[in-house]
Write a protein that binds this ligand. Structure first.
Ligand code: FES
Length: 592
C-alpha cells in the first residue's frame, strides 16, 4: 500500500499495490478526467509526477503523450502504478472541476398536488382508563378528523411515533402517501421533496417545498460514474465487467453529497425530505436501481423495466426521511429514457396540437416528433463530440474551456468559461470553431482543411493555459460530421414516418446543456439543424430537471408521464431501412 498526494487539491489517498493512480483517484472521489473509464485509450487522464517513483513509462503511454510531455514527467494515470509514495499534479485540463451545469429550465406552472399530503394530528394521550396504543390513538384520530381509515404505517413511522407524540405534546403532523403513512414530524416542519435529473455526465438536484412547489436550493455536479465510462455504452460494459454495484454506489455517493449541500443551503434536515422524483436515461435509471443493464447493450436493446417505479429510499441506500419513497419516471425504450419523458412533459410537447420536434443533444440524441396528435421518437448514436469528448483538445464545459469562437477579419476571437486562460474546447466551442472555419472557407464541404495539414491552430501555445497549441483536427471535424449526420438522419426518419417535410414544422425545441449554449446560427451553418427560420427554434435548458420537478409536486404530471411513455411510438434506427442512406447523405457540410 502506498500513498498518493494529488496536487493542487492537497488530497492524500491510499493506493493498493496493484491499483493504478486512476483507480486510486476514482475510488477516493478525486475528480480526474476520463473519457474511456481508465482503459488507456482517451488520453484525458494526464497527470504529472512531481516526486517519487512510479511504474515505468509504458509503450501505450508513449503513443498518447508528446515527447515534451514525457520530458516534463507527464503520465496517463490509468496506465501508471505508484510503486511507492508519490506526489502528482493534476493539470487543469485533467481536472473535473467547476462544471458549467445547466440547472435552470423553462418554468411551467402546474397545480401543486404532491403525492405526499401533510395532516396535522392531535390524538389524545392515553390514560389509565383508556390505555390505547399510540398507533391506535393515531388511527382513531385520523378516522374521526380526516376520514382516513386503514392506512398502512411505515415501520420507521411506528418507531418514531411514541417519541414524537410525547415530545410534541400530542400535536404532530404526518405525511400520507396514497394509503401509507410515510412521515411523522413535529408541527411546523415543512415536508420537502427532491427532484433529480440523473444524467450520464451530470447530476442536477433540486430541493423543493412540497406544499408550495417552491425550489429552495439547487445543485449540480459531474456524475462520478464517469470514472466507469464516459458514455452510456462504456458504462454499461464496465458494469457488466465489474458488477453493477460499484457503479451504482458512485451515483448514490454523489446524491448523498448533494443532499447535504442542499440541506445546508436550505437550513433543513435530510429527514424533512419525504419524497423524491428521479429522471434519468434508461441506463442511468437501471444502474440507480441496481437492475441488470446487459440487455440494454444487446439487440434489440430493451429495458428491464419501462413503467414508473416507486421504491423506498432506504432500499437504495439513500438517507432521507426513513419512510420516504423515490419515484422514477417511466422509460420509453432502451435508449429513450425517463429523462426524455420528463422533457416531453416540461416542454408540453406531449400535449401539443402543433407539429413540434423536440430533442436533447448528447452522446445519444433523443428526438420526438409531435405531429397530428401522435408522438414518434428515436435515439441517435451521436457520440460525445458535442460534450467535448473524442475531440483532440476537447474538454467538458469547465473553467478554461473555450465556449465561443468567432473569426473576424481573419483573426480568431474566443471566450472561455470563467474567463480563465484557454485549455481546451467544450461542445459549443467545437461547434463554433467548425462553423466559423467553414464560413471562412478554411474547411471544405467534406470537412477537410483547404490549406493542407491535419490540424488548424485556434490558440497558439503562448496564449493557452496549457502551454500547448489548442487545435482543431480533421479527425475532430469528422467526429462532428458523424454526430450531426446521425442526428439529421434520425430527424428525417421521424419526418418521413409522419409523412411531412421540414416546412410543416412549427417549432423545434432543443433541451439540455449543449443545446442551450450552442449558437443556433452555427448549428444551421454546419447542417446540424434544418434550414428553417431561426424564430422557430427555442432553447429550453434543463427540461429533464424541470420534468422531474413537475412530477415531484404533481400527481397529475406523474399520470401524464406514464400516459406519454405509453403513447410514444419508438423507432429503432439501427434496423430502419432508410437510416444508412440518410446518414450517408448527411455527411458533409451544406454548400455555400
Ligand atoms: Fe486514462 Fe482514458 S486514457 S482514462
Amino acid at each position: 500500500m502506498s500513498r498518493i498526494d494529488f496536487e493542487p487539491l492537497g488530497r492524500r489517498v491510499a493506493c493498493g499495490d496493484e491499483a493504478t493512480v486512476f483507480e486510486a483517484a476514482r475510488d477516493s472521489g478525486v475528480p480526474l478526467a476520463s473519457f474511456c473509464g481508465g482503459k488507456g485509450t482517451c488520453g484525458k487522464c494526464k497527470i504529472r509526477i512531481i516526486s517519487g517513483e512510479a511504474s515505468p513509462l509504458s509503450e501505450r503511454e508513449k503513443g498518447k503523450l508528446s515527447s515534451e510531455e514525457i520530458e516534463q514527467g507527464y503520465r496517463l494515470a490509468c496506465l501508471t502504478k505508484a510503486g511507492a509514495d508519490i506526489k502528482v499534479e493534476i493539470p487543469q485540463e485533467s481536472l473535473v472541476v467547476s462544471p458549467q451545469l445547466q440547472l435552470a429550465g423553462k418554468e411551467k406552472g402546474v397545480r401543486i398536488d404532491p403525492v405526499v399530503k401533510a395532516y396535522e394530528v392531535a390524538p389524545s394521550p392515553p390514560t389509565l382508563e383508556g390505555a390505547r396504543s399510540d398507533e391506535k390513538a393515531l388511527r382513531d384520530y385520523l378516522a374521526d378528523e380526516h376520514g382516513l381509515i386503514d392506512l398502512d404505517i411505515d415501520i420507521s413511522v411506528q418507531r418514531q411515533l411514541p417519541g414524537i407524540l410525547r415530545e410534541s405534546g400530542w400535536q404532530s403532523q404526518i405525511g400520507v402517501r396514497g394509503r401509507e403513512i410515510v412521515m411523522i414530524a413535529n408541527p411546523g416542519v415543512s415536508a420537502l421533496g427532491l427532484a433529480v435529473d440523473l444524467g450520464t455526465t451530470k447530476i442536477a438536484t433540486y430541493l423543493a417545498d412540497l406544499a408550495t412547489g417552491r425550489v429552495l436550493a439547487a445543485r449540480g455536479m459531474i456524475n462520478s460514474q464517469i470514472a466507469y465510462g464516459e458514455d452510456v455504452i462504456s458504462r454499461i460494459y464496465s458494469a457488466m465487467e465489474n458488477g453493477e454495484e460499484p457503479v451504482r454506489q458512485a451515483a448514490i455517493r454523489d446524491l448523498d453529497r448533494m443532499i447535504d449541500e442542499l440541506c445546508s443551503e436550505a437550513g433543513c434536515s435530510r429527514e424533512n425530505i419525504v419524497e423524491a422524483a428521479v429522471a434519468g436515461n434508461t441506463a442511468m435509471h437501471h444502474l440507480f436501481l441496481g437492475l441488470p443493464v446487459k440487455q440494454l447493450a444487446l439487440a434489440p436493446y430493451v429495458p428491464a423495466v419501462s413503467g414508473a417505479i416507486d421504491v423506498k429510499a432506504r432500499d437504495l441506500g439513500i438517507s432521507i426521511a426513513p419512510g420516504a419513497y423515490i419515484y422514477l419516471l417511466p422509460n420509453i425504450a432502451g435508449f429513450v429514457g425517463a429523462d426524455h419523458v420528463a422533457m416531453l412533459l416540461a416542454t408540453g410537447i406531449f400535449a401539443t396540437d402543433k407539429t413540434v420536434l423536440g430533442m436533447d443533444i448528447g452522446t445519444n440524441t433523443e428526438i420526438t416528433l409531435a405531429c397530428g396528435g401522435e408522438l414518434r421518437s428515436c435515439s441517435c448514436a451521436s457520440g460525445p463530440a458535442f460534450e467535448g469528448a473524442h475531440i483532440k483538445d476537447g474538454m467538458r464545459a469547465a473553467a478554461g474551456a473555450i465556449e465561443r469562437i468567432e473569426i473576424k477579419d481573419s483573426s480568431i476571437k474566443y471566450k472561455t468559461i470563467n474567463n480563465e486562460p484557454p485549455v481546451g474546447l467544450c461542445g459549443s466551442g467545437v461547434l463554433d470553431a467548425i462553423a466559423e472555419l467553414r464560413k471562412a472557407e478554411i474547411i471544405d464541404e467534406r470537412g477537410r482543411l483547404r490549406e493542407g495539414g491535419k490540424e488548424y491552430i485556434l490558440v497558439p501555445a503562448e496564449e493557452s493555459g496549457s502551454v500547448k497549441d489548442i487545435t482543431l483536427t480533421e479527425k475532430d471535424i469528422s467526429e462532428v460530421l458523424l454526430a450531426k449526420a446521425a442526428i439529421y438522419a434520425g430527424m428525417n426518419i421521424l419526418l418521413s414516418e409522419a409523412g411531412i417535410d421540414w416546412d410543416a414544422i412549427d417549432e423545434v425545441i432543443i433541451a439540455g446543456a449543449f443545446g442551450n449554449y450552442m449558437d443556433l446560427a452555427n448549428a444551421l451553418e454546419i447542417g446540424l439543424l434544418p434550414e428553417i427560420a431561426l424564430e422557430r427554434f427555442s432553447q429550453v435548458g434543463n427540461a429533464a430537471g424541470m420534468g422531474a420537478r413537475l412530477c415531484l409536486i404533481s400527481r397529475e404530471q406523474r399520470a401524464l408521464a406514464s400516459e406519454t411513455a405509453n403513447r410514444v411510438k419508438y423507432y429503432e434506427l439501427a434496423n430502419h431501412p432508410n437510416y444508412g442512406r440518410l446518414f450517408a447523405q448527411a455527411i458533409g457540410f451544406p454548400a455555400h
